[in-house]
Design a protein around this ligand. Structure first.
Ligand code: FES
Length: 134
């Protein structure tokens, strides 16, 4: 259907922040790839974490609607420079509120929350592996 996008969505859509990829084989990088079954949109979000648990880089690539692109762009802005703890608490309704997403677009912001969680999980899995190897 035709959705009317809020100007904040259009801003992130036209000038997405932090688009790109990090090296997924880097032990300090966590990669999350999630999809929305309803629409088939896919979002990849990556974080790079330093030894103090601080996110020093965040990148995304989203193949999806404007709201999904804006949600992931905003998510990378919010988590960059923050701790993994902080990032783990970001909820989709905060993203939806900031972008003024209408109800039919809530799952787009959910995708961003899921992508952050998946990236954190991947990072933690890698950390556990590194610890085992020592
Ligand atoms: Fe599915 Fe936006 S319409 S992610």
């Amino acid at each position: 259907g035709v959705a009317k996008y809020h100007e904040k969505v259009i801003d992130h859509y036209e000038n997405p922040r932090n688009v790109g990829s990090l090296d997924k084989n880097d032990p300090k990088v966590g990669t999350g790839i999630v999809g929305a079954p309803a629409c088939g949109d896919v979002m990849k979000l990556q974080i790079k974490v330093d030894d103090n648990g601080k996110i020093i880089d965040a990148k995304f690539k989203t193949f999806g609607c404007g709201s999904a692109i804006a949600s992931s762009s905003l998510a990378t802005e919010w988590i960059n420079g923050k701790t993994v703890e902080y990032a783990s608490k970001i909820k989709n309704d905060q993203i939806a509120k900031e972008l003024c997403l209408p109800p039919v677009k809530l799952h787009c912001s959910m995708l961003a929350q899921d992508a952050i969680q998946a990236a954190l999980k991947d990072y933690q899995k890698k950390q556990a592996k590194t610890a085992e190897a020592k």
